[in-house]
Design a protein around this ligand. Structure first.
Ligand code: DGY
Length: 334
């Protein structure tokens, strides 16, 4: 029997490539360039599956042009690069890589919160620029982390990880807002109290965004929401670009309407709103919240395991959609 053919759309760990080569005829994007939709479509001709990252957009046009494609395995927990409805209609299985990155991403969220509150990168730039001539009383005075109020919007697994770090490690009062309230057991574990988004924005000292991107969540934080926050508060976004209105945030930071922000994700990334690059009270990182060697391997391996399952005609391990059965059967017949 001929092996199915797959594409690995970006460069990943050689050990996972070797694993996939045992199961499939594998083509790898060794250049690691983010391909245009046209190039990606061309590379997908004759492929049964593809391992993607959040950078590859999977939409109706691409699916129509790739009739043999059966499965798209994202090595990311978020999958807003998928048009899920189009995939469902086209009979294509989508999968993601949850859980394996939860603690690593929560670690990073907390690191970004601390760097932002305690002005770590801003003060480092000052030192590197040779501006440090003497110790002084108020130099880079920041916001307290321990004992302060932590507000989390989006209380999934990563949000819960951040809550536990804050409540148990730093004695913070944790409040959260989410589509649905957690069970009393989970609330007790996280020492977290459910509040409205408005109350959270008005009372939190540090607001952390960990909600998935959906069109409804676009600009969850815009000018009106920033206006509710305390002038001493910080805002951390490790969720997705577009959840924050970056132009409104840059303006609020410029006018010091909030104290500071820490951003790992951006609207239209890898482009960054030019005003965010000029305000000093923001810590900027290039979408690296899950970036540790061990976690990235686990994410890639989970995507690989999903490809093996689906192309072996088994259920996906972490499905994000239910493909239309008739359309799916057509793809298996190509
Ligand atoms: C995810 O898994 O969604 C992270 O943002 C990594 O891309």
């Amino acid at each position: 029997m001929t092996k199915p053919s797959i594409l690995i759309a970006r460069a990943i760990s050689p050990s996972v490539v070797a694993f996939l080569q045992r199961h499939f005829v594998v083509t790898v994007n060794e250049s690691d360039e983010v391909w245009s939709p046209e190039t990606l479509t061309a590379q997908l001709q004759g492929k049964d599956g593809v391992l993607t990252t959040g950078s590859e957009r999977i939409d109706a046009a691409l699916l129509a042009a790739c009739p043999q494609l059966k499965v798209v395995a994202n090595m990311a927990v978020g999958y807003n690069n998928f048009d899920v409805a189009a995939m469902e209609q086209a009979g294509v299985q989508g999968t993601n890589s949850p859980d394996v990155l939860t603690e690593t991403t929560a670690d990073f969220g907390f690191a970004l919160l601390m760097a932002t509150a305690r002005r770590i990168t801003e003060s480092e730039h000052y030192l590197r620029a040779g501006k440090w001539t003497k110790w002084s009383y108020e130099m880079f005075s920041g916001a307290e982390v321990h004992g302060s109020t932590l507000g989390i919007i989006g209380m999934g697994r990563i949000g819960q990880g951040i809550a536990k770090r804050g409540a148990h490690g730093f004695g913070m009062q944790v409040i959260y807002h989410n589509r649905s309230q957690l069970s009393p057991e989970l609330e007790a574990e996280c020492k977290a109290r459910y509040v409205s988004q408005q109350e959270l924005l008005q009372t939190a000292d540090h607001v952390v965004l960990v909600l998935p991107y959906t069109p409804e969540n676009r600009h969850t934080i815009g000018a009106a929401e920033l206006a509710l926050m305390k002038p001493t508060a910080t805002l951390i976004n490790i969720a997705r670009g577009g959840i924050v209105d970056d132009a409104a945030l840059a303006q609020a930071l410029k006018e010091q309407r909030i104290a500071a922000a820490g951003l790992d994700v951006f609207e239209g990334e890898p482009k960054v709103h030019p005003d965010l690059l000029t305000v000093p009270n923001v810590v900027l990182t290039p979408h690296i919240a899950s970036a540790t060697a061990g976690t990235r391997i686990k994410m890639a391996q989970m995507a690989a395991d999903n490809l093996v399952a689906v192309l072996g005609r088994k259920a996906a391990l972490t499905a994000v959609n239910t493909p239309d059965a008739a359309a799916q059967a057509k793809r298996w017949a190509v």
